[in-house]
Design a binder for this molecule. Sequence first.
Ligand SMILES: *[C@@H]1O[C@H](CO)[C@@H](O)[C@H](O)[C@H]1NC(C)=O
Ligand SMILES: *[C@@H]1O[C@H](CO)[C@@H](O)[C@H](O)[C@H]1NC(C)=O
Length: 395
Amino acid sequence: MAIKSYVGALLLLLSFSSTINAQVFPIGNYGAKADGSDVSQALVSAWKEACASLNPATVQIPAGTFALSEVTLEGPCKNPLEFQLQGTLQAPADPSSFKTDGWIVFQNMDGFTLSGSGTFDGKGQIAWTKNDCHKNTDCRTLPTNLRFNFVSNAIVHDVTTLDSKNFHVTVMGCKNQTFQHFHVSAPADSINTDGIHIGRSTGINILDTDIKTGDDCVSLGDGSEQVTVKGVSCGPGHGISVGSLGKYDNESPVSGVFVTNCTITGADNGVRIKTWPASKPGIASDMHFEDIQMNDVLNPVLIDQGYCPFNQCKAGIPSQVKISKVSFKKIRGTSKSQVAVKLACSQSVPCAEVEIADIDLAYQGPEGPATSECSNVKPLISGIQNPPACAKVVS
Ligand SMILES: *[C@@H]1O[C@H](CO)[C@@H](O)[C@H](O)[C@H]1NC(C)=O
Ligand SMILES: *[C@@H]1O[C@H](CO)[C@@H](O)[C@H](O)[C@H]1NC(C)=O
């Protein structure tokens, strides 16, 4: 009997504590209204109380459309925190109203969940017309929709980032963060709207996510380590890219990149590694691209060590970023240009241990079937090779 009532009390206690677990902080309790007025004060107040909560807490944004100016939501918090977005948060359309380069910044969190079926609407349309960073090196950095700075053990799922003014998401100084069933949406002609950009972070997973945007769907900057991109559909956009690398002093190595089971449609690039010419020294190794479907992609497989958009560099001087241990396997579909596979490695630090296996990429055009080009690389070749591997060797 004594044991039975003890078990009963324990069960009661457990169910009680799971109700306290679900401590919810709706922004409406802090004065937020879906009437076009800025909810940033209400959101920050709700966040602060949730963050100080002695139990796991949820900051909740209900259905409806809420105007939000730039905010920093930071920890450390007493307990794991969830940010649940059911409705839509809308950024100010005018980029000049921003003081910083982030719309919503999550930082210094350990144990964080961002969830809900809602949308972060960056209202980027005006900003895109003002982005002159491709020709003006002193240009103002436009705000990113969601910045994660120094966040560990986090999950981001189901939410949508829409029409960011600049990159949609940046992940900097983070550890063990997973994006799953995440959505990125912006038009093909939106400028510099990378989907998810990762830098100086380790253990980042992007799973079962769809990304339609105007720049790279995923871009991995220096210091990206142990990154898995799996089940991602990309396009329109500029593909899944490592780099660009080598622009700055003291860049950290990129290592451990696994891109598998992805579909890339109507994009400018498929999978690519890009480094600047005349670069600083750097290292990028252990990068694997496997089981990728290409549909009408302009440059399906590309190593570009002479990456120099808008001629902002000394194109003739080779890159100093050493690329090694790269594999491209089971890559199939259609190319929109004749050179379906291009491995253009650096003359001063040639690529090492590159493997290409089971490539089946078709091109239909007046010039003839798909072809491939290699410079400063001698890949290990196996399986189907359509186009024939290194059909043209350029020195
Ligand atoms: C990674 O983060 C998730 C979500 O917080 C957590 O469940 C998991 O245990 C973490 N993994 C490691 C290896 O710390
Ligand atoms: C590949 O990704 C798709 C989603 O794009 C998913 O439905 C499928 O189950 C995945 N297959 C494997 C083998 O992981």
